[in-house]
Write a protein that binds this ligand. Structure first.
Ligand code: HEC
Ligand code: HEC
Ligand code: HEC
Ligand code: HEC
Length: 215
């Protein structure tokens, strides 16, 4: 190849890779690689390839080669329905999020580290969930389905915006007995949709809300 062709090829690769990274974890709020506490790693604060934590909650494995410490099993959350310990209040996916977002566990508590840096600012959700959209045990998908919600089958099988991750999904707790709304129903931790606030689907004009809420 001539040098000019090589330069053109290099430019093309650059353009392609820039487009591809726009909807990825790199550069998103979940890219911790430039944070002092994250050992210059992106995946490691959440996942590991070796000696992963056995994350078994309510008998359901949310393994995912999880590397981050979780809130203690006795950690109490105030939900819409009152005060409940972790496993009664939340589904297993939300518990993974709360290992950083409730502020009780250090951000750098992963691998062998105990950690000392805690979450602050707007992303701190805390343990009082009464001012949050219901999740976990307070957001069991009603059965039979009420008329004020769109039928689950209509939105759960829909791919919004053509993205593979552009699907809202309920999460399973208690084996497969109940399907509940989780933090991970609305959010995709790897930013694969590329939407604001790590949302799974675009919420312009509240379209994400309207997928479920029949208003
Ligand atoms: C902030 C925490 C966090 C970070 C950082 C993170 N992940 Fe994840 N990852 C999760 C959670 C939570 C799940 C489970 C959510 C789900 O299944 O929808 C998951 C699931 C996965 C899965 C299995 C399910 C799937 O969606 O494919 C893979 C593979 C994965 N992550 C790879 C990675 C890689 C590679 C990186 C680094 C580039 C990374 N993750 C960074 C939180 C994280
Ligand atoms: C390893 C710790 C960790 C875990 C686990 C984690 N997060 Fe985060 N998250 C963070 C940090 C740190 C920030 C950025 C805070 C900041 O910018 O001040 C953040 C930011 C966010 C934001 C704000 C995005 C934005 O664009 O401002 C959302 C939404 C979010 N996380 C959702 C989740 C959800 C949902 C889960 C579980 C599936 C999760 N996180 C798991 C550490 C974590
Ligand atoms: C029903 C959908 C839904 C659920 C469930 C949900 N979120 Fe969100 N979240 C949103 C939307 C929409 C936004 C952006 C607008 C806003 O802040 O209200 C958001 C914003 C956020 C932010 C950014 C806040 C800020 O001001 O920067 C964080 C962090 C976050 N969510 C974490 C979580 C965690 C952790 C859970 C589980 C306890 C959760 N979310 C459950 C829809 C949801
Ligand atoms: C994946 C489906 C889903 C999405 C997306 C969703 N919701 Fe909900 N929402 C629910 C369910 C389920 C409940 C609990 C309803 C019940 O048990 O009657 C609920 C409850 C609520 C409630 C009532 C809380 C109470 O006081 O009881 C409000 C308000 C609400 N959602 C607003 C929103 C908004 C705003 C959005 C968009 C940011 C949104 N929801 C996105 C499923 C969803």
């Amino acid at each position: 190849m001539k040098q000019r062709d090589l330069i053109q090829l290099a430019c093309l690769v650059l353009v392609v890779s820039t487009t591809a990274t726009s909807a990825q974890i790199i550069g998103s709020a979940h890219d911790f690689s430039s944070e002092g506490w994250a050992q210059s790693q992106t995946c490691l604060p959440c996942h590991t390839l070796h000696n992963a934590n056995a994350v078994e909650i309510n008998g359901y494995s949310a393994g995912r080669l999880w590397n981050h410490a979780l809130p203690s099993a006795g950690q109490v959350y105030t939900t819409y329905d009152g005060n409940f310990p972790r496993d009664e209040a939340l589904d297993s996916y939300s518990i993974l999020c709360m290992g950083c977002h409730d502020g009780t566990v250090a951000l750098d508590a992963f691998g062998d580290g105990i950690g000392s840096q805690f979450m602050t600012g707007d992303a701190l959700v805390g343990t009082d969930l009464t001012k949050q959209h219901p999740v976990g045990a307070s957001a069991v998908w009603p059965n039979p389905e009420p008329s004020y919600l769109n039928a689950r089958a209509t939105w759960e099988n829909q791919t919004f915006g053509g993205s593979r991750m552009g699907k809202l999904r309920l999460m399973v707790v208690d084996g497969a007995e109940e399907s509940v709304l989780s933090c991970a129903t609305c959010h995709e931790p790897h930013n694969r949709g590329g939407y604001d606030d790590l949302l799974r689907i675009d919420n312009t004009s509240s379209q994400m809300c309207l997928a479920c809420h029949n208003k």
